[in-house]
Design a protein around this ligand. Structure first.
Ligand code: GSH
Length: 208
């Protein structure tokens, strides 16, 4: 397997984290976003959207988008554990993946891109204030669930937790306040203690 990625990307980190939890070997292919490598024809053949992460499977199939790659890897190598196969179990995971790609991407993730002044198309889709509002919605929903549950979608971690973790954990890098979410912080500690955890790529010093 080959993962087209970049160390600093939270979307790529989701994939590296699941691969680490699954104990799967893979080759990393760095994509120089700052040099526009994602817009070159050879990369667009792998992902017409011009984004990382992209996974090239052992069978030579390209899978793009972090959500799709998480789904593929969970079912290909993790059995029922990381993505349950029953209709309700699967739906419960998918609802958190949807939250992550909406309020998460345009909230916590975009606030970080703007706050850190990272050169990225995402940062041009809205303002810091719009991102803050969406981030707050995501954080309130996460805190609500985690107040009386250890994990987002099941009695154990799933790809819902893996998807929602990175940009929530990196949200303080936006410079916006992140106080008053004790259940989310306890969930961080549970996931960070899970066997196989690898550190989230922070630009700044980790929280105390
Ligand atoms: N929804 C996509 C978003 C992927 C994405 O935004 N990737 C960023 C890096 S984190 C990227 O490739 N940006 C380059 C660009 O948009 O030109 C996913 O979850 O994989």
């Amino acid at each position: 397997m080959k993962l087209y990625d970049l160390e600093r990307s939270g979307n790529c980190y989701k994939i590296r984290l699941l691969l680490s939890f699954l104990g799967q070997d893979y080759e990393r292919v760095p994509v120089a976003l700052d040099e526009g490598a994602q817009r070159r024809p050879e990369f667009l053949r792998l992902n017409p959207r011009g984004q990382i992460p992209v996974l090239l499977t052992d069978e030579g199939e390209a899978v793009w988008d972090s959500t799709a790659i998480l789904v593929y890897l969970a079912r290909r190598y993790g059995g029922e554990r990381w993505l349950p196969g029953d209709p309700l179990g699967m739906a419960r995971v998918m609802q958190w993946l949807a939250l992550e790609q909406n309020e998460g991407r345009y909230g916590t993730a975009r606030a970080r891109v703007i706050g850190l002044n990272i050169k990225s198309g995402l940062g041009q889709t809205g303002t810091l204030e719009e991102s803050r509002c969406l981030a707050e919605r995501a954080l309130v929903v996460l805190e609500g669930r985690l107040t009386d549950h250890a994990w987002l979608a099941a009695e154990h971690p799933t790809i819902a937790d893996i998807a929602c973790y990175p940009y929530t954990a990196l949200f303080p890098e936006s410079g916006l306040p992140f106080d008053g979410y004790p259940a989310i912080h306890a969930w961080f500690r549970r996931l960070e203690a899970w066997p196989g955890y690898i550190a989230v790529p922070r630009r700044s010093a980790p929280r105390a």
